[in-house]
Design a protein. Structure first.
Length: 202
C-alpha cells in the first residue's frame, strides 16, 4: 500500500491493527478531539484474543448527556476496570513471545488513574508508537469538521472497512483459528519487533 497523505482518526483505546496500519503509512495524522463521543466504539474499547476467543475490554465513562466532545469524556472508576483489563491482558498474552518485553511499559496505565479518556488514549498511543519504533506527524482538530471530502482519508466511522494486514501467529490460534483486526496489543505481543514491518506491508 502506497503512503497516505493525510488521515483523520478517533482517539482510540488500543486501536485495531488495521487502524495502526493506516497510521504508520500516513504522512500526516489528525486526531479528532471535537467529534461527538460515540459509546461502544474503539474510542473506549478494544478486542483481544483470550483463552475463550475474542474478548472485549471496555473503559467505563461518566454519563454526562448525549453530545459530549471526545476531548471532554471523563473515565468512571466506580468499578475497578483497570484491574479487570490488566488481568485479562496478562491472561491472554503472558505466553506470547514478547509479553515480557513490553508489559512493563504498559502496566503503569492500569494502576494510575487518569481523569480524561482522551489523555489516557493519547498516552497509550505514544507509548505504543515508541514500542513500535515509529514516529508520525500528527495534529489535533481545532473544531469539528463533518466531511473532509476526498482530500483526507476519514476513519472516524466505525463502518469504514479497515485494511487487513498479513497474518501473524496468535497464542490461541490452534483453538479458534486466526482472528483479524484485533487490538494493536495482539500484534505487538505476538510479533514484537516485526510488528512495524507487518503493519507497513513490507
Amino acid at each position: 500500500m502506497k503512503p497516505i497523505d493525510c488521515v483523520v482518526v478517533p482517539v482510540s483505546y488500543f486501536a485495531p491493527v488495521g487502524m495502526y496500519s493506516v497510521i504508520v503509512k500516513s504522512k500526516n495524522v489528525i486526531f479528532d478531539l471535537h467529534e461527538n463521543f460515540l459509546k461502544q466504539t474503539m474510542r473506549s474499547r478494544c478486542e483481544i484474543y483470550g483463552a475463550n476467543g475474542k474478548q472485549l475490554l471496555s473503559v467505563p465513562v461518566e454519563k454526562r448527556g448525549n453530545h459530549i466532545a471526545a476531548k471532554d469524556v471523563r473515565i468512571s472508576y466506580k468499578e475497578d476496570w483497570q484491574k479487570i483489563h490488566w488481568r485479562s491482558i496478562v491472561s491472554a498474552y503472558r505466553n506470547s513471545p514478547y509479553f515480557e518485553y513490553y508489559s512493563d511499559e504498559l502496566e503503569p496505565f492500569f494502576v494510575t488513574k487518569t481523569e480524561l479518556l482522551f489523555d489516557l488514549n493519547m498516552s497509550l498511543h505514544q507509548v505504543l508508537l515508541k514500542l513500535l519504533k515509529v514516529e508520525i506527524n500528527f495534529e489535533f482538530t481545532e473544531t469539528y469538521i463533518a466531511d473532509y471530502g476526498n482530500t483526507i482519508l476519514d476513519l472516524r466511522n466505525e463502518r469504514t472497512q479497515l485494511p487487513q494486514i498479513s497474518q501473524y501467529n496468535q497464542v490461541f490460534e490452534e483453538r479458534y483459528g486466526y482472528i483479524p483486526n484485533l487490538s494493536i496489543l495482539d500484534l505487538l505481543f505476538n510479533s514484537g519487533p516485526d510488528s512495524l514491518k507487518i503493519l507497513s506491508g513490507k
